[in-house]
Design a protein around this ligand. Structure first.
Ligand code: SAM
Length: 297
């Protein structure tokens, strides 16, 4: 796609409700992206501060433009949200009143062919959200052993045809390394029976691409770290709001929030909250969104 679509923030009303933004509060948006949610939060601040993190420097550039008019109350940092402890220490901030994680990738990233995130676009098999990181999806696809490949596709993609796909990947890469999105899509298509493919409602490469992206970006471990560390840095009555887009992420958030409640570290949890049917009709990406929130005791 020549012009990447502009990312539309999902569940904005629900996010603001759950965060209950205080004009003098300190908020951390761990996935600032294009700055859609951040703008709504910043516009509600007076003496407060919004810290926006993203591991993708090009997302931060978009956010910087989008948040220009709030520059006096916004600090943007190139960082992984798993490093929020270090970021807050460096900013000499002890605790925050709210944290937002809107997980996954933005439409802008998905539509940028060179990032290799979309099975619909021809591009290098990259998938890194943070281009300063070394490991790419091509590295995994061309170096993991067959068993590790199967495990990755099953654990992170819940891919039913993992064994056949892994076998064909190993066979294909002996002939020529798999370096592009289209080369991988071809192997996947050859591995799934035609009758199954024709009945499926999703593209045959959906689960494999999800699995590789999660593995390349260490997404589940980073989420677990951010939840643990973030909860410790929340002030009493502070809110933690997470929007997830697939069941693996949502399960981690659900379990973590429940455990915090049981341990008495949270006094209320909400969710899953789903977007309205109007929002889903207007923004198809919202369809799989689930919001969960926690209030610190
Ligand atoms: C769905 S988009 C967020 C969109 C944003 N809420 C908005 O309204 O524009 C997710 C963003 O989070 C970033 N991201 C994903 N995982 C991250 C991580 N572990 N640390 C920091 N940023 C991350 C991605 O680069 C992407 O820009």
């Amino acid at each position: 796609m020549k012009n990447p679509r502009l990312h539309q923030p999902v569940m904005v009303v629900e996010v603001l409700d759950a965060l209950a933004v205080k004009p003098d509060g300190i908020y951390l948006d761990g996935t600032v992206g294009g700055g859609g949610h951040a703008r709504e939060i910043a516009s509600r601040l007076k003496s407060g501060l919004l810290i926006g993190l993203d591991c993708d420097p090009s997302a931060l550039e978009i956010a910087r433009t989008h948040l220009r008019e709030f520059a006096d109350r916004v600090t943007l940092v190139h960082a992984n949200f798993a490093q929020l402890d270090r970021v807050l220490d460096e900013l000499k901030i002890q605790s925050v009143d709210g944290i937002l994680l809107d997980l996954g990738v933005s439409l802008t990233q998905l539509d940028t062919a060179e990032r290799g995130l979309s099975f619909r676009l021809e591009g290098p098999l990259d998938m890194r959200l943070d281009p300063t990181q070394e490991l790419t999806a091509a590295d995994l696809v061309n170096s993991l052993g067959e068993r590790e490949l199967i495990k990755t596709l099953r654990d992170y993609g819940e891919e039913r045809w993992a064994a056949r796909i892994a076998k064909n990947i190993v066979r294909q890469r002996r002939i020529k390394p798999i370096e592009t999105t289209s080369a991988l899509v071809k192997v996947i298509e050859q591995s799934i029976p035609a009758a199954v493919r024709s009945k499926s409602r999703i593209h045959p490469a959906t689960r494999v691409f999800q699995a590789l992206r999660i593995a390349v970006n260490n997404e589940l471990e980073n989420l677990q770290t951010a939840l643990t560390v973030g909860c410790e840095r929340l002030a009493p009555d502070g809110r933690f709001v997470v929007i997830s887009f697939h069941s693996l992420e949502d399960r981690i958030v659900k379990r973590f929030f429940r455990a915090q409640l049981q341990a008495g570290k949270a006094d209320q949890i909400w969710g899953p909250i789903r977007p309205s049917s109007e929002e889903c009709a207007q923004n198809p990406r919202a369809r799989s969104a689930k919001l969960r929130a926690l209030r610190k005791a």
